[in-house]
Design a protein around this ligand. Structure first.
Ligand code: 2RA
Length: 328
């Protein structure tokens, strides 16, 4: 099978190549694709070096699948071109996520939406994926009425420029700014751009994507904050359930849910942290505790590597599911 990775020189694209190798795709033909200015560059895949090609050449190569992480503009222009020639596109940008008829997929939650002929598939936003991995089993069992989430997001979600800004600031150097303010020793309540309703696009992604993937009747409100860490995104989540619950049952349900790792024992200071989630595919959950201020309510803490389960691994799992279902 021929698989294109569009945006192969970017942070997520690089992790896509790594995850494809880790999950046994090295015997397939991998086409690293990037903008014309990157054509001819080499990227590592398995024990090989692959030459980067441009989008036109990739289209002519007629790949069976194309994993996109090259920005919304590239996805809007090129995903339909690949789809028109029967290529299944798994797009990590926000371009197609809310489009009617485009499946927005977390395989463990709604992989059943993958169908022959639905050639463009949207990968949800990283902060949505990790939150819904935990909320989905809870919603199925207890019914969720309301979600209040505050995120503490890694600078890797912004990209290389942000990582460099933090490095510069830690060394007292000036340089290009990815953010309007210093990120070192700071917290910016500003992920993506502000909208007219006073929320950022990142906050509205959590609202809108939860409605599309899980249930449009769930009330969701979000605050997205950027903090100077690299390992992954953290989220403080408050849930209001329709029904009562036993903490022990709820913890067991999460511990038994695919893709979730329970780290929840305050007797030994065990709880999820981004520093230790980095490079892993699980969604880590802990600090699970009854909300003492409201009946049938709960607080918990969710951490995941935003470049892996939040982006690359989720996309590769969709590719695996397309194969498992015989769609590709
Ligand atoms: C961020 N979720 O963290 C967005 C895009 N990756 O900036």
């Amino acid at each position: 099978m021929k698989i294109a990775v569009v945006g192969a020189t970017g942070m997520v694209g690089q992790v896509m190549l790594q995850v494809l190798h880790e999950r046994g795709f090295e015997n397939h033909e991998i086409l690293p694709v990037a903008s014309d200015k990157s054509k001819g560059k080499e990227v590592a895949f398995a024990d090989k070096k692959l030459k980067v090609i441009g989008l036109k050449d990739a289209l002519e190569a007629k790949p069976d699948m194309a994993l996109f992480s090259a920005g919304g503009g590239t996805s809007l222009e090129w995903a339909p071109k690949f789809a028109e020639q029967g290529c299944y596109v798994i797009d990590n940008s926000s371009a197609w996520r809310m489009e009617e008829g485009i499946p927005l997929v977390v395989p463990e939650i709604n992989g059943d939406l993958l169908e022959k002929g639905k050639y463009i598939i949207a990968n949800p936003n990283c902060s949505t994926i990790q939150m819904l991995m935990v909320l989905a089993p809870l919603h199925r069992k207890y019914g969720i009425d309301r979600v209040v989430v505050s995120t503490y997001q890694s600078i890797t979600g912004t990209g290389v420029k942000a990582v460099q800004q933090l490095e510069n600031e830690k060394q007292g150097l000036s340089g290009e700014m990815a953010y309007p303010y210093p990120i070192h020793e700071n917290a910016l309540p500003h992920c993506d751009v502000f909208m007219e309703n006073g929320y950022t696009k990142e906050e509205m992604k959590l609202v809108n994507e939860t409605h599309k993937i899980l249930d449009p009747t769930i009330a969701v409100t979000a605050t997205a904050v950027r903090i100077p860490v690299k390992g992954g995104h953290s989220e403080s989540v408050n849930l209001e359930f329709k029904s009562e619950y036993q903490i022990s049952d709820l913890k067991r349900l999460l511990a038994e849910s695919p893709g979730i790792s329970l780290q929840d024992n305050t007797d030994v200071n065990q709880y999820p942290m981004p520093r230790y989630a980095e490079g892993k595919d699980e969604v880590f959950v802990g600090r699970i505790r009854r909300d003492l201020s409201k009946v049938n309510a709960l607080n918990l803490w969710i951490v995941a590597d935003n470049l892996r389960k939040g982006a690359a691994t989720n996309a590769v799992q969709i590719a695996e599911m397309l194969q498992e279902k015989g769609i590709v």
